[in-house]
Design a protein around this ligand. Structure first.
Ligand SMILES: Nc1ncnc2c1ncn2[C@@H]1O[C@H](COP(=O)(O)OP(=O)(O)OP(=O)(O)O)[C@@H](O)[C@H]1O
Ligand code: SF4
Ligand SMILES: [Mg+2]
Length: 335
C-alpha cells in the first residue's frame, strides 16, 4: 500500500529583477493506493498532476508531508536507501517518442534492467532473454518482431507497449500513468488503457492514473477511486462511480458539464455548471481557491478555506461550504 499525507510542493519561478514568484503546485495532498487498487487524479492543466506523479515515483522531492511505501516512511531515509522502495513504483512516460533511447534496440533496452535484476536475485543469464520475451508477450507484442529493432522502426502503439514492458522488468507494485494532453491518437490511447486495466487484473499491479479527462478516469477505475484536483488541492474524492454520478463540488460539476454528449443518444444534464472566468493562477489564495470562478460563491467562501470533509448526506468527501447535487452528467435522449 502506498500513502501520501499532507504532500506539499512549491516551485520558485524565475522572474525579473524584482524577483521570482512562488508557485504552489501541491497544497497538502492526502491519498491512499491500496495493493491492486486503482486511483485516478483528474484536473485541468497546471493543477499539479504531473508533480504529484513524479513525487510518488520518487523522481521529485516534496517540501513537507510524507510518502509511506508498504509501511516505510521515505523522508527519514537517505536517497540511496529510498531507491529500492521507489523502485516498486514505476512511472510510465506517456510520450513513447521520447521515452526510449533511439540508439538501443528493444533487446538492449530490456536487457539492461533485467541483467541488474538477475544479478541481484542470483538468476542465470538465460533468464534475462526468457523474461524479455515473456514481458513483451504480456504487453501484447511479438518478441520475434521487435527485439532486434530500434524504436524508430516501431509504431507509436508498439513503442508505448515497450515502455510498459520496460517498467515491468522490476516487478513493480504500482504503475503511475501520466496521460499527457499531447497524446492525441485516440485509438492508441484506448488500447493502452485497456492494457493497463488488463495488467492490473492479471498481475495485481495497482494503478495511479493521471488525466485531464474524466471519461478516461471512469474507464480505468470502474471500481477505483477518483480524486479531483484543483490548484494543488483535492476538492472531491470518493469511489469513481459515486463522484461521477453525484458530484457536489462546483468544480467537479464544471468538469462533468464539459463532457461532450453523444448526439442523438444523449443530451446534456439539466444543470450545467460553467466557471465564471478562466483559470488564473495569480488569484489570491485566501478563502476557497475556486471562489473567483464559482457561480455559487457566498461571502464565507471568499474569506474561509473549505477543507475536505465527509458530506452529511453524500457518499464521498468534498471541500465546499455549499455542496449540492446537480444533474450535470449527460442523460439518455428521449426519442
Ligand atoms: N519545474 C518547475 N518549475 C517551476 N514551476 C513548475 C515546474 N513544474 C511545474 N511547475 C508549476 O507547477 C504547477 C503544476 O504543474 P504540473 O505540471 O504538475 O501540472 P499538471 O496538472 O500536470 O498540468 P498539465 O495537465 O498541463 O500536464 C504549474 O503551475 C506549473 O507551472
Ligand atoms: S466553497 Fe464556495 S466558492 Fe468554493 S466551491 Fe463551494 S460554493 Fe464555490
Ligand atoms: Mg502534466
Amino acid at each position: 500500500m502506498i500513502t501520501g499525507t499532507g504532500i506539499t510542493k512549491t516551485y520558485k519561478q524565475r522572474g525579473n529583477v524584482l524577483g521570482g514568484r512562488d508557485v504552489p503546485a501541491l497544497r497538502g495532498i492526502d491519498f491512499t493506493v491500496k495493493k491492486g487498487g486503482a486511483v485516478s487524479f483528474i484536473g485541468e492543466s497546471g493543477c499539479g498532476k504531473t508533480t504529484l506523479g513524479r513525487i510518488v515515483a520518487g523522481l521529485e522531492t516534496y517540501d513537507s508531508g510524507e510518502i509511506v511505501i508498504d509501511g516505510t516512511p521515505m523522508s527519514p531515509l537517505r536517497p540511496k536507501k529510498r531507491q529500492p522502495h521507489f523502485r516498486k513504483i514505476q512511472l510510465i512516460h506517456q510520450d513513447p517518442y521520447s521515452a526510449l533511447n533511439p540508439t538501443r534496440t528493444i533487446h538492449q533496452t530490456l536487457q539492461a534492467p533485467l541483467a541488474l535484476r538477475a544479478g541481484r536475485t542470483g538468476r542465470p543469464k538465460s533468464w534475462i532473454d526468457d523474461r524479455a520475451e515473456e514481458l513483451l508477450s504480456l504487453v501484447g507484442i511479438d518478441p520475434g518482431y521487435v527485439l532486434g529493432r530500434y524504436p524508430h522502426q516501431l509504431s507509436g502503439g508498439m513503442r508505448q507497449r515497450v515502455v510498459i514492458a520496460r517498467a515491468l522488468t522490476v516487478d513493480p507494485e504500482m504503475l503511475v500513468a501520466d496521460e499527457s494532453v499531447s497524446m492525441i491518437d485516440v485509438s492508441m490511447r484506448l488500447s493502452i488503457l485497456g492494457l493497463l486495466k488488463d495488467l492490473r487484473e492479471r498481475l495485481g499491479v495497482s494503478l495511479l492514473f493521471i488525466t485531464h479527462d474524466i471519461a478516461t478516469a471512469r474507464y480505468i477505475g470502474e471500481d477505483g477511486e477518483l480524486y479531483v484536483l484543483y490548484r494543488g488541492q483535492v476538492v472531491e474524492r470518493g469511489l469513481t462511480e459515486d463522484v461521477i454520478a453525484g458530484p457536489v463540488h462546483p468544480y467537479t460539476q464544471s468538469l462533468l458539464s464539459a463532457i461532450p454528449v453523444l448526439h442523438g443518444v444523449e443530451r446534456p444534464g439539466p444543470d450545467r455548471v460553467v466557471p465564471l472566468e478562466a483559470l488564473d493562477e495569480r488569484h489570491a489564495d485566501a478563502g476557497c481557491l475556486f471562489a473567483r470562478r464559482c457561480p455559487f460563491r457566498t461571502e464565507r467562501c471568499e474569506s474561509e478555506s473549505p477543507t475536505l470533509v465527509q458530506g452529511a448526506d453524500v457518499s464521498h468527501e468534498h471541500a465546499c461550504f455549499h455542496p449540492r447535487r446537480r444533474s450535470v452528467i449527460p442523460v439518455e435522449a428521449v426519442a
